[in-house]
Ligand binder design. Sequence first.
Ligand SMILES: CC(C)(COP(=O)(O)OP(=O)(O)OC[C@H]1O[C@@H](n2cnc3c(N)ncnc32)[C@H](O)[C@@H]1OP(=O)(O)O)[C@@H](O)C(=O)NCCC(=O)NCCS
Length: 145
Amino acid sequence: MKTRLVENRDIDGILAIQTACPEIAQWTERDYERVARGEMAGWVGEEESSVLGFLVARRVVNEIEILNFAVFSEARGRGIGAMLLRETLAWGATFGAAQVILEVRASNCAALRFYERHKFQIVGRRARYYNEPVEDALLLTAKLG
Ligand SMILES: CC(C)(COP(=O)(O)OP(=O)(O)OC[C@H]1O[C@@H](n2cnc3c(N)ncnc32)[C@H](O)[C@@H]1OP(=O)(O)O)[C@@H](O)C(=O)NCCC(=O)NCCS
């Protein structure tokens, strides 16, 4: 298992993970082409040429915002999510990021447990933020450095 930057050849694998994962934002192929071009930061977790997980983030001044993040359901619980998060935080350290922020569906208990273990705290709630189905978002942050 290794992590590396997203490339165009990863997009089909990323879309397959995303389609099987309704709790995350459903981005288009063009969105991921932008990631591969470096307009956003993105990494995949890869094993034997298969993409098993991905994380996309962006820099907002001195913060990291996690935009989309998932691991193939059958590969969860093996530390791939933790590896992708570590890679993201290491990237943030290169520009002195002070914190990492993200939104998550209020019902997404697995993700909330994951973030809690990685020292995130719930700092806000955005009512009816998501569609299909309509649901509140929880705003999470973790201080860095
Ligand atoms: C959140 C997510 C990316 C974490 O990825 P992951 O590769 O499972 O993460 P890790 O393996 O590093 O950590 C998962 C934890 O759950 C435990 N776990 C065990 N079996 C598991 C399983 N079958 N599924 C999920 N987690 C499991 C792991 O032991 C680990 O706990 P630990 O940190 O105490 O060791 C993944 O659950 C996911 O893709 N969820 C759906 C998409 C999503 O919600 N994305 C976030 C939206 S903001």
